[in-house]
Design a protein around this ligand. Structure first.
Ligand code: G3H
Length: 258
């Protein structure tokens, strides 16, 4: 029955949050690998979650990019009220994604869907380290970096390491190094092995992993059977305040290995 399914799902959510030692896990029915509607539901659940998590007053939500984030953003609903205001900012700049799935685009869509505001971080994707460092001195960039530092919430996805490295056109040397270090997961531009240890980091501005630990509200969104291994690896050392929004296919696969 539907009731049994709901109770079953609830049990799975509890098992996963206990296993990773995180605050909460929410599981959507289905498999986002081949069902786009699951991603739309992530949008509803993210809206409900932020509605519970974000207090009245001014909030700054830092967001990452990727296809999950982009599709989730498209299906969010109103969060802005007379008392609660939300400013969306990209969490990190220039990690090499296509325009529509960049953190800048995701934060703009989230602002328009929720009724909030957004600020962009204008840092080109491919830059020499020298140009990059001098760009960091720009007041307009400094201003957005300060906002990112003040964020009270971060929303991000989790990807498969080699898949993400290839999509972001990382060099052959970097690919070899990721393989040698058994990288399986990627999030925030950091790469993790199966134990959730960082094995590589793309040097970019914005939120660093150690900053995420201190942010009171952290929401990770990732689903699909193909991502189970990556999700498990990243979540092993995820900040304890994390809420994980995932799907049934990933959840069942994660628990198989427990
Ligand atoms: O860091 C993780 C990636 O942004 C995930 O990308 O949602 O396109 O799989 P994806």
């Amino acid at each position: 029955t539907v009731m049994n399914q709901l109770l079953g799902m609830h049990q799975v959510e509890k098992e996963i949050s206990q296993y990773f030692g995180i605050k909460r896990c929410i599981v959507v029915a289905g498999n986002s690998d081949n069902q786009e509607k699951v991603l739309y539901e992530f949008g509803d659940i993210l809206t409900d979650s932020l509605d519970l998590l974000l207090p009245d007053g001014d909030n700054i939500v830092a967001v990452m990019g990727g296809t999950t984030m982009a599709l989730t953003a498209e299906h969010m609903g109103t969060l802005e009220t007379e008392k609660r205001h939300i400013l969306f900012v990209p969490a990190r700049g220039g990690i090499g994604e296509a325009m529509t799935v960049q953190a800048n685009s995701v934060s703009a869509v989230m602002a328009s869907r929720t009724g909030g505001h957004h600020r962009a971080l204008y840092v080109p994707e491919q830059l020499s380290l020298e140009t990059y460092n001098s760009l960091l001195q720009e007041p307009s960039i400094q201003e957005v970096l300060t906002l990112i530092e003040q964020s009270n919430c971060v929303v991000h996805s989790i990807g498969r390491a080699l898949h993400m490295a290839a999509r972001r056109k990382m060099s052959d040397e970097e690919m070899v190094m990721l393989k040698q270090n058994n990288a399986v997961a990627e999030s925030f531009g950091y790469f993790f092995d199966e134990e959730g240890e960082v094995v590589y980091k793309i040097p970019r501005i914005g939120l660093q992993l150690k900053d995420v630990q201190k942010i009171p509200n952290v929401v990770a969104i990732a689903g699909g059977k193909t991502k189970a291994k990556a999700i498990r690896a990243y979540m092993k050392n995820a900040p304890k305040q994390t809420w994980l929004i995932t799907d049934e296919a990933a959840a069942n696969e994660i628990l198989k290995g427990v």
